[in-house]
Design a protein around this ligand. Structure first.
Ligand SMILES: [Zn+2]
Length: 163
């Protein structure tokens, strides 16, 4: 990771914060960069759309397909403020995106952000047919993690989307 990655991640953080400053506002954002420019971006809209698949990354992939005119995102990088969940990791594999950079990782936030007890982003990528997808975490980790409930926060069950 380099300064360019930090720049894009900061942009993702700003986008996430546009949803609100509380973890309850689900301030999760994703940005897809291709050839040094933003191709598309998205924020978590699951509540707003009553759609469990409307994660920030999925919203960004849908928008990217529209502007790119192609579902194949080879050569692009996905920046996400939070480690992608299984669904978004799988979607990343299907898009043929070349690189995933995320901010806060699974151990930096509450377990509520992940659907699986053990299976992880890395497991899906390691088992994919593709071998040209790279994954890097921890970009502006603390700033990203501060957006979310922490590992030891006492989160009410009704806010825990994974149970
Ligand atoms: Zn997701």
């Amino acid at each position: 990771m380099d300064e360019t990655d930090s720049k894009w991640m900061q942009r993702a953080i700003d986008l996430a914060r546009s949803k609100g400053s509380s973890p309850q506002d689900t301030p999760i954002a994703a940005i897809i960069v291709l050839d040094g420019a933003v191709l598309a971006q998205g924020v978590n809209e699951t509540e707003e759309r009553c759609d469990a698949t409307a994660h920030a990354e999925m919203m960004a992939f849908r928008a990217a397909g529209q502007v790119h005119g192609d579902m194949d995102l080879r050569g692009a990088t996905l920046y996400s403020t939070l480690q992608p969940c299984g669904m978004c990791t799988m979607a990343s594999i299907w898009t043929k995106i070349g690189r995933i950079v995320y901010g806060a990782g699974r151990d930096d936030v509450h377990a509520m952000y992940f659907e699986d007890r053990h299976l992880d982003t890395m497991d899906f990528i390691a088992d994919a047919w593709r071998d040209d997808l790279t994954l890097e975490g921890g970009c502006l980790k603390d700033a990203c993690a501060s957006l979310y409930f922490g590992p030891d926060d006492d989160v009410p069950e009704e806010l825990q989307g994974n149970i």
